[in-house]
Ligand binder design. Structure first.
Ligand code: NAD
Length: 316
């Protein structure tokens, strides 16, 4: 049976699938040629990340398909209900990327707290001629230890982020409309474990009390952070959005930066992906990444192994 991994798949997944007797094709077929390719090659499993879409028309046009798999969490690019109504299995790997996203959040928070996003731009240009001035410009860094980290959306990634924050000695508070309390298990390199229970509080209290705020909510119709929410935050707050473009109002964010309410913000996702607004790209208070939250080798390996074992379970 043939599997087309149209947006790529880690070698660990290819190995697992090949040893189970599948043929894995990693050619990247253009979206408009995909139905034709699937039919000509009798593809049984289509694997995608976020680039390839699997809509109703493709599903109708490709009767050989038995599984559509998404490496990652969000299935906005797949007509999931329609595929299921046609008898296809639709699978994803919701757990595999949580830690990778959480680590990227802290890479950004530390970067903003210590001005690395500026220093990395300035040192190549002025590091030899203007060292002392740069040293002074970036002297007022902040430590994360002892500060309050507010998490909006206390699901898989929110909890992974909380665990890192707890490990760093932060006070962690969280809001989630569906979760009242969660006991997190922090596991250490030698097998020791510490359990830590967090009772969620109101969104308003999280916004008012936090020094750092990180969003881990799904895409939704309304902004989760808009002008009213910025107004509740502490002056000098640092914000991170590695959830979905459109959960933070980017215009309100730029205004909150200009007013001094927000000292810095990290964006891994954008309202207008893949063409983020130039006002964001050029804003010196922002630490930016091109939607690379899940992009670690380890997460991609976990995604591939997870997809492989689900496919083997369904088809073997
Ligand atoms: N940056 C990246 O590369 C990357 C990678 C993977 C996932 N993500 C995104 O991260 C987000 C979280 O993923 P997850 O796996 O933790 O999802 P999850 O479903 O495990 O958790 C999301 C939580 O948000 C809560 N929630 C919903 N609306 C809320 C609101 N308005 N305020 C507060 N909480 C709310 C839900 O009750 C749920 O508990 C998703 O948007 C996902 O698409 C980003």
């Amino acid at each position: 049976m043939k599997i087309l991994a149209n947006d790529g798949i880690s070698q660990s997944g290819i190995n697992a699938l090949e040893s189970a007797g599948f043929e894995v094709i990693t050619t990247n077929v253009a979206q408009e040629q995909l139905a034709d390719y699937i039919n000509k090659n009798n593809i049984a499993v289509l694997l995608v990340r976020s680039a390839t879409t699997a809509r109703k028309e493709l599903i109708d046009a490709c009767p050989s398909l038995k599984i559509i798999g998404r490496g990652g969490v969000g299935m906005d690019n797949i007509d999931v209900d329609y595929a299921k109504s046609k008898g296809l299995h639709v699978i994803n790997t919701p757990e595999a990327s949580s830690h990778a996203v959480a680590e990227l959040v802290f890479a950004h928070l530390y970067s903003l707290a210590r001005f690395l996003h500026h220093a990395n731009r300035d040192m190549p240009l002025e590091g030899d001629s203007n060292f002392k001035a740069l040293k002074k410009a970036y002297a007022k860094g902040k430590e994360l230890k002892g500060k309050t980290l507010g998490i909006l959306g206390f699901g898989r990634i929110g909890q992974a982020t909380a665990k890192i924050g707890l490990g760093l000695g932060m006070k962690v508070i969280a809001f989630d409309p569906l979760i009242e309390k969660e006991t997190l298990i922090l596991d250490f390199f030698d097998g020791q474990k510490v359990s830590f229970t967090i009772q969620t509080i109101s969104k308003e209290d999280v916004l008012k009390q936090s020094d750092f705020i990180s969003l881990h909510v799904p895409a939704q119709k309304e902004y989760v952070i808009d002008t009213a929410e910025f107004n509740l935050m502490k002056n000098g707050v640092i914000l991170a959005n590695a959830a979905r473009g459109g959960v933070v109002n980017e215009v309100a964010l730029v205004n909150a930066i200009e007013s001094g309410k927000v000292a810095g913000a990290a964006l891994d996702v954008f309202e207008n992906e893949p063409n983020p607004e130039v006002q964001l790209l050029m804003n010196p208070a922002l630490s930016l990444t091109p939607h690379t939250g899940a992009s670690t080798n380890e997460a991609q390996d976990r995604i591939a192994s997870d997809l492989a074992s689900q496919i083997i379970r369904i088809l073997k």
